[in-house]
Structure formats: C-alpha cells, structure tokens
Design a protein around this ligand. Structure first.
Ligand SMILES: Cc1ncc(COP(=O)(O)O)c(C=O)c1O
Length: 400
C-alpha cells in the first residue's frame, strides 16, 4: 500500500486526499449486517463528512440514502443521481425559505424547532415532516460534538412534546418520522440504548410514523487497539428492542441511521510532503506542505490522526512534532513516534475520510488539495487541486 500511495503523490502531487472505495463498501455492509434482523433498515450517509460527488455516487451504488444539512448538500445529492425521496434534510437554524425550497424538491424534511414547525405546518399541512427531538442525553467525544444534551441548540426538547402535539393538531400536519442524533464519537452502546428508549417513548405519541431515525455518532478506531463502538452488539440489542417497539406500535417501521464517520473515516488518508525537518532546542519539527487549512480536526477537536512515514516505513523511529505551514500555531501531532523523517518524505495521516476535506479552506490563500478515489483497484482523480484562478474567480476588483 505504501508504494501505491507514493505513486499517487508522485502522479497527482501533494498534499492530497486518497479514499479507498473498498473500505467504504466494507463499512456499509458491516452496518447493514449488524441490523439484518430488522424488517426495514435505511442508511442515510451523512454528506457533511465527505461530499465529493463521486463518493456520493458510490453510496448510490450501495442503495444508501443521504442525510443532508443544507440546500447545497441536497443539490449535490441530486446531481449525484439520488432520488429526492432518498434524501433527508436535517437543518439547524436555517430560514423557513430554505426549508421550503428543499421541501419543494421532494426531499424528506426534518424539523428541530417548534416555531419553524408551526410556520411550516400552517403553510404546508400536506407535506409530511420528521421531528428531531432533543433527548437530553450527554453523549459524544467532546463538547463540540455532543449535541443531544439540555444546553444544546439542536432538537425539540422532549419536555415540549405537549406543545409539539398541539401544533400538529392545530395545523393538521402529518409527522412521519422521529429522529435524534446525540453526538459523535459515542463509545458506550448503553448511551444509545438509553436514548433509544426516549425516542420510542416519544414516537408512541405519533400515529402516522413510517420511520424512526437514530442519527449516528459511532466511534471509529484511530489506531490499532483503539476503542470503537461495538456495532454488532448494538445491532443485536437495538434490533431486538426496535422489533418489539414495532409490535406494540402495530406497524413495521423503518429503522434509519445517518452515519458519516463510521462509513468514511477509515477509508481516507491524507498525504503531505515534508518541506523541512527543523531541530530546535527542545523538539524536532517535521514541517509539511499543508496546515490546518486542509485538515483542521487536530486543532479544532484535538483529534489524533495516526501518522506514518510512507517514504521510509522501516526507518528507525524517532519523536517528532508534525506541524503545518499556516502562520499561527498549526500542530498536527505533538511528540509522535514516527519512522525517521527526511526532507521530501511523504507522510500519511490516517482516518482522513471524514470531516477533513469537507472542512478544508483557503486560509493563507492556499489551494485546497486534490482528491483521489481508489475504485476497483484503480486510482481516479475525483477533484483537481485548486489553482490561482479558483482563488480569484469570485473576487471583483474595483478601480482604485
Ligand atoms: C444530524 C447529524 N446526523 C449525522 C451526523 C454524522 O455523525 P457521525 O459522523 O459521527 O457519524 C451528524 C454529525 O455531525 C449530525 O449532526
């Protein structure tokens, strides 16, 4: 694999994101298999994790649906060939106008705000709507990605169900789904199961449901031996409970999830070239041709991406701080054991499929990287590296 990655870096340049379709397919099948005992399962891939159209098309071949959070993600999904009915739209804090625009496309709307629900239901009582509840569960790898707790801006509080029911009654609208998403990087499946009970309790208030959506938040491993959500155990336990809920409800519903990280995190790597190795009085810095403009997760979330030296995999290990070229603190990894790094070596950051390219920016007026998808063993360029024209194309120079 090291040679293949080096060949890609040579052919398309660096820095570059590389995704392996086989890993995405394997993860998709693993999740499907874990829930094989429910009569109807729907996986809606969370587009925000990695939104390249070729990746979306790959999900279409798997018969996945899409989870979207913006009109633009919806448009990408439609461009990738998805039927609007295979897309769910779960915005937060957007305007009623955007929700109406998405609804007009035939996409499933998910609303997480009573005021918007009332306005939408009054104007469009014939459009079925899913409700995102806030189950008031503290879950997630860190505070930025814990979104189902009492202080979170997401979801309609379970303490507001009476008000919600009044809105539904008064407008005559139909609620066809109940949804929750409690956070990302949740380790403990008991948290899922606990929150699921709250979702079932809420769902019992609505008589026209077609699906219940349990969001996502599965923790993936970042290195060998790392802890991860036990998806198989969750599948077994939640399927059993879901099937018994459907029996009590009197109808087989669809069990939906919207995973991002679980499906694409491990499928991606980020390749950067070492511009220089700088020895200071305290540290050896490996300075690479990238920065948090391309991969912000270590600076934003403190995430620890494993880093391999693919140019010198058998080199003697030494300790390095791997840093970027942005003109402020820009640290990818501190004090990491990595095979000896030399100028020009290519470093490979693992778990770079989810929330990496999709969070990239042009900060410091740098180009965003290229993307490659390895599909059927072949490397395909699925996004060109940006150019100076891309940087300036929307700027308007005024005569000064
Ligand atoms: C509503 C919603 N669904 C799904 C996801 C995907 O979560 P993950 O990438 O942890 O699977 C997110 C992530 O932020 C989300 O906000």
């Amino acid at each position: 694999m090291e040679q293949k990655l080096l060949d890609i870096a040579t052919e398309y340049g660096s820095p570059i994101y590389v995704y392996n379709a086989d890993t995405i397919i394997k993860q998709y099948q693993r999740l499907t298999n874990a829930f094989k005992d429910v009569p109807s399962l729907k996986l809606n891939y969370a587009v925000k994790a990695l939104s390249n159209i070729s990746v979306l098309k790959l999900f279409k071949t798997l018969e996945s649906g899409l989870d979207t959070v913006s009109l633009q993600e919806v448009l990408l999904g439609l461009k990738a060939g998805f039927d609007p009915s295979a897309i769910i739209y779960t915005p937060n804090g957007v305007s009623l106008e955007e929700i109406e625009e998405v609804a007009a496309l035939g996409v499933q709307i998910n609303i997480d705000n009573l005021a918007i629900l009332e306005q939408f239901g009054s104007k469009h009582p014939h459009i079925p709507v899913c409700i995102r509840i806030n189950p008031h569960v503290m879950a997630g790898g860190n505070t930025n990605i814990s979104v189902g707790h009492i202080d979170s801006k997401f979801g309609i509080s379970i303490h507001q169900i009476p008000h919600l029911l009044r809105i539904v009654d008064n407008t005559g609208m139909r609620i066809n789904g109940i949804h929750m998403h409690t956070g990302s990087d949740i380790l403990d499946i008991d948290v899922f199961l606990y929150a699921s009970e709250i979702l079932f309790e809420t769902a019992a208030h609505f008589k026209d449901l077609e699906f219940t959506d349990f969001g996502s938040g599965f923790k993936v491993p970042y290195k060998d031996g790392d802890i991860e959500t036990d998806i198989e155990e969750l599948g077994q336990k939640l399927s059993l409970r879901f099937n018994s809920f459907c029996k009590d409800y009197g109808k087989d519903l669809t069990l939906a999830f919207e995973p991002g990280k679980f499906l694409v995190s491990e499928a991606g790597v980020f390749l950067t070239k070492v511009n220089s190795v700088k020895q200071t009085t305290s540290t050896v810095f490996a300075q690479v041709d990238s920065g948090f403009n391309h991969l912000i997760r270590p600076m934003l979330y403190g995430s620890q991406h494993e880093i391999l030296n693919v140019s010198n995999p058998t080199g003697k290990e030494r300790f390095y701080s791997v840093v970027g070229y942005i003109c402020e603190t820009d640290t990818f990894a501190n004090n990491r054991r990595i095979a000896e790094i030399r100028e020009g070596d290519v470093l490979c950051f693992k778990n770079a499929g989810a929330y990496c390219f999709s969070m990239a920016s042009n900060y410091n007026s740098r180009y965003r990287p290229a993307e490659v998808l390895i599909y059927n063993g072949e490397s395909h360029l699925i996004r060109k590296r940006e150019s100076f024209e891309d940087l300036v194309q929307n700027q308007i120079e005024i005569p000064l």
